[in-house]
Write a protein that binds this ligand. Structure first.
Ligand code: AMP
Ligand code: FE
Ligand code: FE
Ligand code: ZN
Length: 305
């Protein structure tokens, strides 16, 4: 894609040369990113993106602020990333993240489940911080929780940042590697939503779903192609193919799986602000894939600046 019509509020200057940049996975300070929703939207414009999606973990609390911050030249896709679990053929429960776009945020079933997840996440974050404090680490659970916006879902990155501030580690990544990754001493699991139920809830709310970083093996056990096929049969719309946690071979595998199962294949950065060394627009989605997602969604509109 080379020539694009940019949505422009100001008349005249509408064509520009270059690729259309669509990044459908980014976190704000409403979950575990460091940019406020408004700052994230401004950063997307500054990065030259045409489309950005706001996908905070288990909350839509950033939507309003993000929508108000959209300026000409940018389109915003309101979304979320839902913490889910799926049981594989061997009976193991695997943690998966489900990106959800353009759903009605006032859907009662969805709202209840997201509130449950946020509350569980906060309790879990407190318990992880308490366990570290009890072992003599200089972290204050009240301070870790007190820094979150009201009713925001806490996550391991918030504890990781506290460890950086306390000088225990130099980076968030180091905190995960030494203390917080699954299997490490201070890791605690969550009771996530069964992914089939989440797909159904989002579909009922008029939205579409994309399985986030399905083969991000560095994070722990991942699903296999049979599980993805099962989810496709249950209404999953797409899978994230190009993601910083997927190597070249993995991306090729996922692209083939998407084609075989008629799933939309996306690419996105999973931007978390200063919490990760990843740029907005580092990975992008092809315009025709984006169009397929938007065509299927009816629960909320793409916000045009
Ligand atoms: P939680 O939601 O509390 O289970 O924490 C998971 C979050 O931590 C995800 O949003 C990831 O982006 C982030 N994360 C997972 N692994 C790492 C890592 N090794 N380094 C930095 N961030 C990570
Ligand atoms: Fe995250
Ligand atoms: Fe994720
Ligand atoms: Zn994410």
């Amino acid at each position: 894609m080379t020539k694009t019509l940019r949505p422009s509020g100001g008349g005249g200057r509408s064509f520009r040369l270059g690729a259309v940049l669509i990044d459908l996975h980014a976190h704000s300070s409403q979950s575990d990113g460091t940019d406020t929703p408004a700052a994230l939207v401004s950063a997307a414009s500054a990065a030259g993106l045409d489309v950005v999606a706001l996908t905070d973990h288990d909350t839509t609390a950033g939507w309003q602020e993000a929508i108000a911050a959209v300026r000409p030249g940018l389109r915003l896709v309101p979304g979320a990333e839902l913490s889910c679990g799926v049981t594989d053929e061997a009976g193991r429960t695997i943690s998966v993240h489900l990106l959800a776009y353009l759903f009605d945020p006032s859907s009662p079933a969805l709202g209840r489940e997201q509130a449950r997840l946020r509350s569980e996440r906060r309790a879990r974050l407190r318990m992880m911080a308490e366990r570290m404090a009890a072992d003599g680490f200089p972290v204050d659970p009240d301070d870790v929780l007190g820094r979150l916006p009201e009713d925001a879902p806490g996550g391991r990155p918030h504890l990781a940042m506290a460890l950086v501030r306390a000088g225990v580690v130099n980076t968030v990544d180091e905190a995960f590697a030494r203390f917080l990754a699954a299997g490490n001493d201070y890791y605690l699991p969550r009771t996530d939503t069964p992914v089939e139920a989440a797909i159904e809830m989002i579909a009922e709310a008029g939205g579409v779903t994309v399985l986030a970083h399905p083969f991000a093996r560095s994070r722990g056990p991942v699903v296999d192609v049979r599980v993805i096929a099962g989810l496709a049969a249950r209404g999953l719309t797409g899978i994230e193919v190009d993601h910083p946690d997927h190597d070249t071979v993995t991306r090729d595998d996922l692209r083939r799986i998407a084609t075989d199962l008629s799933l939309v294949g996306t690419g996105s950065s999973d931007y978390h602000g200063a919490n990760k060394a990843i740029r907005l627009g580092q990975e992008t989605t092809a315009p025709e894939m984006f169009d397929r997602l938007v065509e299927k969604a009816s629960g909320a509109r793409v916000v045009v600046g």
